[in-house]
Design a protein around this ligand. Structure first.
Ligand SMILES: *Cc1c(COP(=O)(O)O)cnc(C)c1O
Length: 427
């Protein structure tokens, strides 16, 4: 284990990490159900997973149905190119996505990660306007968002919390409205300023791109369905397309199947899904759009959608994604999420009024403690591990997005550990 950690420290980058002064990492030995088995200074410990591995592993780990789907597909083929070829796993997953997608969205582009799906969605929007000459080059979005780490997604990610300060000069400048007020607060001022800003740029805006209801990595900010409706109305009134990035919010995470359609009753023109799509087994995302947008893309000078990743519609990923969607439907994911959500609300309620805690909020199977100050990530992580839980805080947020299959006991352990760790380190 020392060897492993030494090589890791000397040679491997971790997400958003320094090679010269890396933060500590814990080796994971295996994972099963809602538990991770990891090594803590030579001691093997089993902890409850509060993160679903960045929101993907919604059924937990080593899930028999998903393992079986991968094994079965492995016997047939693990990968073939998607250019000029097709296969049953892609078609079967396509069928499921078309059935689950909001009404009218039935054209599917498979991408290999969430960031790439946002790239593709933005390219679709640009191409859809290109028949009229490429005069609409801007995206309209709200501050506080997160859409991925490649250049186009970065350009619509929050300009302050995101990476604009580092890459500013290299990014296309899009139009940012203020972040909508938090859920339940008055919206009139925000609506007025957002409308004014939109009208100022209306003829150059190709699309509105947002995470409906819940901004995830941009700050776990929950905002009002009415703000989503307002953005949709602006897009529609001015001939812009509407892109919903439901990579974090899709597949029941916020309660309904889709946050935008479910909470706000709004159907986008283009929908991005990813993260939980394969149940956390393999990387896969999809962009789903309407026949109308697809036709407009084809009316562009390219006469086709100009994107085609090497691992497009990877059969293993598609097969496990179909198995995951079947499992969600047969288990009744909406009920699972509601139960976990209720437990999170109760479990986190003792943190309300804690002197380190500025806000406690939940939506669907998401629970957030917002602190007054930036989290001491290494210490809070260790303090949570002491309490049997894996959490990965960021900025001033200690949050959980646990697997949907978490038991009442798991959720109680998670919420107690979050509060206990915050109290120990920041209390
Ligand atoms: C994680 C995430 C992405 C990026 O997905 P990757 O698979 O990490 O590229 C994009 N948008 C949202 C809302 C996300 O949560």
């Amino acid at each position: 284990m020392t060897d492993l950690l030494t090589f890791d420290r000397d040679h491997l980058w971790h997400p958003y990490s320094s090679m010269t002064a890396p933060s500590p990492v814990y080796p994971v030995l295996s994972a099963s159900g809602t538990r991770l088995r990891l090594d803590r200074d030579g001691r093997e410990v089993e902890v409850v997973d509060a993160m679903s591995s960045w929101w993907c592993a919604i059924h937990g780990y080593a899930v028999p149905e998903l393992d079986a789907a991968v094994r079965k597909q492995l016997d047939a083929m693990s990968h073939v190119m998607f250019g000029g070829l097709t296969h049953e796993p892609a078609v079967e997953l396509g069928r499921r996505l078309v059935r689950l997608a909001p009404e009218g969205l039935d054209k599917v582009f498979f991408a290999d990660s969430g960031s790439v799906s946002v790239e593709v969605a933005m390219k679709m929007a640009w191409q859809a306007h290109a028949a009229d000459g490429l005069t609409r080059t801007k995206m309209f979005t709200i501050r506080g968002g997160y859409h991925g780490d490649t250049f186009s997604p970065m350009s619509v990610t929050d300009p302050e919390g995101g990476m604009h300060s580092m890459y500013g000069g290299l990014l296309i400048e899009h139009v940012f409205a203020d972040r909508p007020p938090r859920r339940g607060e008055p919206l009139d001022d925000w609506k007025a300023s957002t409308t004014a800003l939109f009208e100022q740029h209306a003829d150059e805006i190709a699309a509105v791109v947002v995470e409906p209801l819940l901004q995830g990595a941009g700050g776990m900010h929950v905002y009002d369905p009415e703000a989503v409706q307002h953005l949709a109305a602006l897009a529609r009134a001015h001939g812009a397309l509407l892109i919903f990035d439901e990579i974090a919010t899709g597949f029941w995470r916020t309660g309904p199947l889709w946050a935008g359609t479910g909470h706000a009753g709004v159907t986008p023109d283009i929908l991005c899904v990813g993260k939980a799509l394969t149940g956390g087994y393999l990387t896969l995302a999809a962009v789903i759009t309407s026949a109308e947008v697809a036709a407009r893309v084809d009316a562009s000078p390219a006469r086709a959608m100009m994107h085609g990743p090497t691992f497009m519609a990877n059969p293993l990923a598609c097969a496990v994604a179909s198995a995951s969607l079947d499992l969600l439907e047969s288990r009744g994911a909406a009920d699972d999420v509601r139960i976990v959500g209720d437990l999170l609300r109760t479990g986190l309620s003792p943190a309300v009024g804690h002197r380190a805690v500025a806000d406690v909020r939940t939506i669907g199977a998401v629970g957030v403690l917002e602190l007054w100050e930036p989290v001491d990530v290494a210490r809070v992580t260790a303090a949570a591990l002491d309490r049997g839980v894996w959490v990965r805080p960021f900025r001033n947020l200690v949050y959980t997005m646990p697997p949907y299959v978490s038991t009442a006991e798991d959720v109680a352990t998670i919420t107690a550990a979050m509060i206990g760790a915050v109290d120990e380190v920041h209390g």
